[in-house]
Design a protein around this ligand. Sequence first.
Ligand code: ZN
Length: 342
Amino acid sequence: MHSNAQQKSKKSSAADKKLEALRAKQEKRKFKGASILDPSLDISLDEFTSFTAHLKFSKRVFALLGAGLSVSSGMATFRGSDRHWRGHEPSDLSDIGAFATDPATVWWFFSHRMMKAQNATPNPGHLALAKLAESNSQFFAVNQNIDGLCKRAGFPQSQIAQVHGDLFSVKCSKHQSSKNPCSYVADVTYPISQALTLPAYIDISDPNDPLPKLSHTDLPHCPKCNSLLRPNVVLFGEATSLETTKRIYEFTSGGPIDLMLVVGTSAVVLPAAMYIPIARNTGARIAFFNLEESDEEAGRVWSVDWYFKGDAAVTVAELLKGVVGTVRGTKLAINHASKIEA
Ligand SMILES: [Zn+2]
């Protein structure tokens, strides 16, 4: 009898341990399910709870990502008084006409942006969005940022449309030539050539610091046709590629959208401005993550929407944690350049 009692007690202690482990697991899950809200944020518990419930229920999720997402990674928004680059308006240098007349200055400008983006790190906002995309193949994003940070955060490339192109890609300047167009495209990392390496220890955005002289032959040339290579970004005076536009249309016309996330963008510039009404028309509820509410009609917050005020990198990570869990750490790896021949 004595040994039976011992056996029973052994059994019950094993069962207790199992139960304890199960409880611990459930607690962990509960934490991952995160109904805990960071009190330092200006978000009400009601909004947090209603958004989390809607996100969990949402199948087709659409996102519009803008400059505000990358600000806390150190990327410039090119707004405000310190936006000038060597006395130029950034928009004047991101221009097809400027590349035609002064490709060297345009290449220095983009090399500088590449260097900064390469040294930047994806923030919790990028990582949370990438995790959401990994966990939901029906999540699709239109990215206005060219900094490559979503890609480095692990965002599946089949689920994101780079409407303004990619800093870490070059293409042949004859890609749209009426005579003998050239389809050369390649992924690159900074510096794209020895000649386009920025001088160390000086800020080349300051016009008082001299730029190294560059001759035409120093600029990167196409290995297929020897024309100039150019950044594979959408410059002023150009339109988003037909293929990218088609991918976005395929998503937006592919069925009702349950939820749209508008992140770090005032969404007032076309074509970005049209995505919010398109999503609304399919029945989507909209969640805005921005420092300020837009005063333009397209970006206006309706009473059925959510508006999460603050640094988008912080608020996005906080609001998505109910589904993707808490994101920690950063991915530093930069994909090595590989040549793509299109
Ligand atoms: Zn070429």
